[in-house]
Design a protein around this ligand. Structure first.
Ligand SMILES: [Zn+2]
Ligand SMILES: [Zn+2]
Length: 259
């Protein structure tokens, strides 16, 4: 049976977040809640299983804000700091379950995690450090509880980044190129999340125009853009110009999908 999944956007901002520290711009000073963007992450929930994609520097607050009192696993897209920095805070879940947190990542990301959080991987660990159980993502689909996860590999300039398809929903952050073979895995999704950093071109992220073209080229009925910079503009103004079916994501947005 296909479970119904609830997707919650825990954060929709680029690496600096919106507002950005010390920035005087109009977007960073907007009163609109939709212009307040923590770093990009989603929560994927079935009736029995809860997964977070990436642990941002805002992870602790994201868990508190979304009332997440149980977490079954963490999936990582890639090892950039804005996607892994909050990993230490999974220890709160360790305290309550008494079990290590299952973490799923490719080998490249695991190497960085071990380097950045070395105290969590030594033989003799200080009491209270995060307990992490590493699992390697190959490119085959796998199950976490009753949620089926299909990895999709995309390109972040020269870095391979993992996107994930859950049923009719595909989540891609931090990409500027997608190979034809991987596009095939995305096609047929009803919902697609893509990164759309800003209006101007960028070396490792889709800009708004490229994200719109990619979403339309893939023929998905509903696209949501994330990993948004203050340079994209105000949510309401940018959203008003977008074609039907194309939306800017915002923190707190929830969508229901078939898993
Ligand atoms: Zn990022
Ligand atoms: Zn990145």
């Amino acid at each position: 049976m296909v479970p119904n999944l609830k997707i919650s956007f825990l954060g929709s901002g680029t690496s600096s977040g919106v507002p950005m520290i010390a920035c005087p711009c109009a977007v960073c000073h907007s009163a609109d809640k939709k212009d307040k963007r923590l770093r990009s992450s989603i929560l994927v929930e079935s009736a029995t299983t809860r997964i977070v994609v990436d642990t941002t520097p805002d992870f602790r607050y994201q868990m508190l804000r979304a009332n997440v009192n149980r977490l079954d696993a963490v999936l990582f897209t890639h090892p950039h700091k804005d996607h892994i920095a909050g990993l230490d805070d999974i220890r709160a879940f360790n305290f309550f379950t008494g079990n290590p947190m299952p973490v799923f990542a490719n080998e490249m990301t695991q190497e960085v995690i071990i380097r950045e959080f070395p105290y969590a991987f030594t033989d003799f660990r200080y009491p209270g450090v995060p307990e992490i159980q590493l699992n390697t993502i190959a490119m085959d689909p796998f199950m976490i509880g009753d949620i089926r996860v299909m990895p999709v590999q995309v390109w972040h300039m020269k870095m391979p980044v993992l996107g994930f398809r859950f049923g009719d929903f595909t989540y891609i952050t931090d990409a500027n190129r997608i190979d034809e073979t991987e596009k095939e895995k995305i096609r047929g999704s009803r919902f697609l999340v893509l990164n759309a950093l800003r209006i101007k071109k960028h070396i490792s992220h889709f800009n708004l125009e490229e994200a719109v073209d990619m979403a339309m080229g893939l023929g998905v009925p509903e696209a949501y853009f994330t990993h948004i910079s203050h340079q994209l503009g105000k949510h309401a103004e940018v959203q008003a110009e977008l074609p039907p079916g194309i939306h800017l994501a915002f923190d707190g947005l929830e969508i229901l999908v078939d898993g």
